[in-house]
Design a protein around this ligand. Sequence first.
Ligand SMILES: [Zn+2]
Length: 427
Amino acid sequence: MIKPDEFFDELETMSPVAREKYFHRHLTETVAHAYHHAPAVKEMFDQAGVSPGQIANVKDLERVPIIRKTDLIDRQKADPPYGGFVTIPYADIDRIFLSPGPVYEPVQTARIKWFGKAFCAAGFRKGDVVMNTFTYHMSPAGILFHEALRDCGATVVPMGTGNTDIQVQTMRDLRVTGIVSTPSFLMTLIKRAEELGHSFNSDFSLKRAWFTGEMLPPSLRTTFEETYRIDTYQTYAVTETGGALAYECSQKSGMHLMDESVIEIVDPATGKQLGPGEVGEIVATPVHNRQWGLIRFGTGDMSAYVTDPCPCGRTSHRLTGIVGRTSDAVKVRGMFVVARQVEQVMAGFGAIARYQLVVTRKEERDELALHLELKQEASSTTRQRLVEDVIQQFQNACRLKIDHVAFLNRGTLPDQPQKLLDRRVWK
Ligand SMILES: [Zn+2]
């Protein structure tokens, strides 16, 4: 059983050299296996003129076309039921999950062991009583989380979704110490408990929450942690890949990449890999569920990664959070910006009532202008300081410099202005 300060497995603390060797081995084996056993993968590689022998390291993956959810759906319709991605005899499939689409996701291994890492890093251990509020049917979430909690030694209450009042009562009666849910569902339970006349802090024992499937806004995290004294953790999971891709440790400063998939951050238009700090699409190649030949799955989610060492001792790179979908991304001077990033920066400026970031093009260069309305009049010194702060904060978050900041009269912008407006015209 895992002790409080232990890592889940030896992969979490691999040296950079060991990780490179590890990925080389797993990637070459996974690609070769998929090519020779999954007809869809062979077809995609052949069409792109790529042979499995050309894929020896992560950089080589750029040669392989990205497969997206819509491709999976189309291929499963054309070649039912699995679209040519299954690499094992159908009779050896242990279970089949459904994700919206529908996409059928067969799983061979009865127990996916690595998912427990995310719960281990969040501090779940033997002695914890944990309510799992994700659904146990069709989607992999309920069962996977359940088994992963068991791998950390925790006792699980399989609640599933809905039934708010029963969930509140169970949480109290069983002195539940942990919950697995979306942030909004936990807030629903807390509010309901309060409506029923309980004091959440004195009547309940909940001290740990594990979230996935939804963004956790910083303000909501503060409420959970400071008002309700619940330690919160986030994990990024994509069902089509068979599980979690990244998870938070106690530092809560980005999500550590799981080594069971090769994860790239790429330009969604070209598929080329981007460097640390650059925002791009998360593309995953699972290397630990070889019965499912998914190579380079484009998640549609935008993020960036950082490489600086984490004080927790885990050595993998970290995702800096999901900033939006590829469909919302705007490329400015070679960097992707998503409206949510703009919102996160601007949330730190209480004096600003409304704003809009406008992208235009002048003399073959993208220009960024921030239009602001202040809550109240301010002196020119105050305005100047605000401009400098906003430009600096934006640069820190998005690695782009705002060219102009314009102060508008109150009421110039609409009530709910589009936060990021692309006005460029491409001739
Ligand atoms: Zn860490």
